[in-house]
Design a protein around this ligand. Structure first.
Ligand code: SF4
Length: 330
């Protein structure tokens, strides 16, 4: 059996801060196959962004990665590399970052320098990863700007990001991320700052582009409703751990973890009349005061006294490919 396109194994990431050591990602493992979309959902502070940024080694200098952690990528030429084992600044890491694995963010301004035009960004990105002439890079960039739904693409190519509306900037960022035809796109809350109509258009666009280009995608969101629209599989994260994962339909229609059930009850539904939304009680604990045992025990209404705070639950398969870490399923 061929290895998955991406395999994140036993990923642990801690940060050294003035206040102490913080565990942001705690023994996380997942795999991504070609063309597949994996959703990662959780509140802020769940570790979802840190875990995925590690895939392109976008971590701050105070980050410590666990010794047994590995991020294995099957490269375009079929070779497997552990991204964590590559020297920072190595040419192989540069080829992977932005070439084979690209990332888009909630705030597109973070991706564009205000001193360079959209076109300059795209041409530079393409020429960094492929031997193409400037004319060819320009042609491909304008073609992609058109494909992502930007009217007057040749004109926009010469503009700066601050001259575009929020939705247009988001489309331009997607075009820039995809100009190198990556095998994996990491989308970190790309629709969170957009209004609902534009959000739906961007999700539709990402689905179409993914199919056309055959790329895999990791889609991060705090909103399970958005994940349901785009990802076939989902991993639910809480305080740095994956607490439930499986096919999105199964996780949404038959959630087995109390935290996932809480997330679902907090989603507004048009067909639910006057039904009250039930937010998850309490706040996510400070990472400096990480709870013992199950990380969710301080907020869980189904806590088993004497057990949940004492021992971290092991992952258990409760249905095909549906895995839960909760003592209720021991
Ligand atoms: Fe709740 Fe215990 Fe399950 Fe954690 S292990 S989610 S505290 S029941």
């Amino acid at each position: 059996m061929s290895p998955p396109l991406l395999e994140v194994r036993d990923l642990t990431i801690e940060f050294m801060t003035d206040e102490g050591r913080i565990t942001a990602v705690d023994h996380v493992s997942f795999a991504l196959e070609r063309g597949q979309t994996l959703g990662i959902v959780g509140e802020s502070g769940s570790g979802k962004s840190v875990a995925t940024r590690a895939v392109i080694r976008l971590l701050t200098d105070n980050a410590l990665v666990g010794e047994r952690s590995a991020i294995n990528l099957t490269r375009r030429d079929g070779r497997q590399v552990d991204i964590l084992g590559l020297a920072s600044g190595s040419s192989e890491l540069r080829q992977i970052r932005g070439g084979e694995v690209s990332m888009i963010f909630q705030e597109p301004m973070a991706s564009f320098s205000p001193l360079r035009t959209i076109g300059t960004h795209m041409v530079e990105a393409l020429q960094l990863h492929e031997r193409v002439s400037k004319a060819e890079a320009t042609r491909r960039s304008i073609e992609l700007l058109e494909r992502v739904g930007i009217a007057d693409a040749a004109g926009r190519f010469r503009q700066y990001s601050f001259e575009l509306s929020g939705g247009m900037r988001q489309r331009a960022m997607i075009a820039m991320a995809l100009v190198t035809r990556p095998s994996i796109l990491i989308a970190d809350e790309p629709t969170t700052a957009l209004d609902v109509t534009i959000q739906a258009q961007i999700l539709q666009l990402l689905r179409e582009l993914q199919e056309e280009m055959g790329m895999a995608m990791i889609f991060i969101s705090h909103d399970l409703g958005v994940i349901a629209q785009i990802a076939r599989n989902v991993a639910v994260m809480y305080l740095g751990r994956v607490v439930e994962e499986g096919p999105t339909r199964d996780v949404i229609f038959e959630p087995r973890h109390p935290y996932t059930r809480g997330l679902i009850q907090a989603i507004p539904r048009l067909d639910a009349g006057q039904r009250r939304l039930t937010p998850i009680g309490g706040d996510i604990p400070s990472p400096l005061a990480r709870p013992s045992g199950c990380p969710f025990h301080t907020r869980c209404g189904e806590r088993l006294e004497g057990r949940c705070e004492a021992r971290v639950p092991d992952p258990r398969e409760v249905a095909p490919s549906h895995v839960v870490s909760c003592h209720l399923h021991d």
